[in-house]
Write a protein that binds this ligand. Sequence first.
Ligand SMILES: NC(=O)c1ccc[n+]([C@@H]2O[C@H](COP(=O)([O-])OP(=O)(O)OC[C@H]3O[C@@H](n4cnc5c(N)ncnc54)[C@H](OP(=O)(O)O)[C@@H]3O)[C@@H](O)[C@H]2O)c1
Length: 320
Amino acid sequence: MTKGVAILGSTGSIGTTALRVLARHRSRFHVAALTSNANATLLAEQARATGAPFVGLVSNDANVPDAWCLGPDALVQAAQLPDADIVLNAVVGAAGLDATLAALRAGKRVALANKETLVVAGALATTVAREAGGEIIPVDSEHSAILQCLVGRPRTQVRRIILTASGGPFRDWSRQQLEHATLADALRHPTWQMGRKITVDSATLANKALEVIEAHFLFDLPYEAIDVVVHPQSVVHSMVEFMDGSVLAQVGIPSNNQVRGLTLEERSNAQASLRVLGAGVGTLFLGSELLLELTTIWGSTSGRSIDAVMANYISTFRYG
Ligand SMILES: NC(=O)c1ccc[n+]([C@@H]2O[C@H](COP(=O)([O-])OP(=O)(O)OC[C@H]3O[C@@H](n4cnc5c(N)ncnc54)[C@H](OP(=O)(O)O)[C@@H]3O)[C@@H](O)[C@H]2O)c1
């Protein structure tokens, strides 16, 4: 029996990536619902390709099939469908909040890309999840990385978590150059292909601040225990430092697909899930070696930066 996945925001960057991942795993997942805001053309194509039984369009459009659900309530309806075992919330902005809460109240597993849910109502969302038996699994690569590093480790052993930041397109720009930065410059992210809002938020680093808030609620850690480090290669997706001084890092060649695949799996079986999906081979292969070197660095005063180690690994690593 396949698991049903409702994809809210299916026409966006995360939504289309998720559909590509699901298409490779039809024996395990089926698409239970698709929603978008206004892009009826792509939504119709996706509905045809996946055979999704529920299709929702938030903005009203006269030329859509009668069976489609129209209006803002479409998100909440999709999130509560009995056939949806997993709800991927890939809507951008606070418009995603009600659907997250509805899914959690219905006891669903929510694969949460919509970080705004936690930024605007983190305490409420985590309380609803706890009380109703729902589950929040992060889609953000940094938080997904932290989750994998925490598997099987009690929270009392965690000293701090370290979110990595690529630094965005303006990392090397002088103050003078920044005065002339354009929207096009901000949209040219060096590492990730993402929607426009998060790309601009990444350029200004506002996105990292949102991610710190997200991490605070997801992992129930005080803000003092959440650090950010700039790491332009984006090979280390994030790290956890434990009370005994050891550090676990989740590493891999930057790829949006990897995280989406993991998110749909059982959190208690994170590493095995990556292997099954075949998307995290690089992570597992590279990780075992890299971890040794990282641990050595933290334990020494050699002064080598993480970036130097990463550069070494990137130059020797062949993907696939
Ligand atoms: N992209 C990434 O790699 C990435 C990584 C980590 C986290 N995230 C987070 O994931 C979320 C989605 O990001 P994205 O980059 O995929 O955004 P995106 O490409 O802009 O896609 C947004 C999706 O949400 C829909 N949408 C927009 N406004 C809506 C509204 N008012 N009501 C209902 N649906 C609406 C859009 O529909 P239309 O196409 O019809 O407009 C589209 O399907 C954001 O919270 C972002 O911070 C993204």
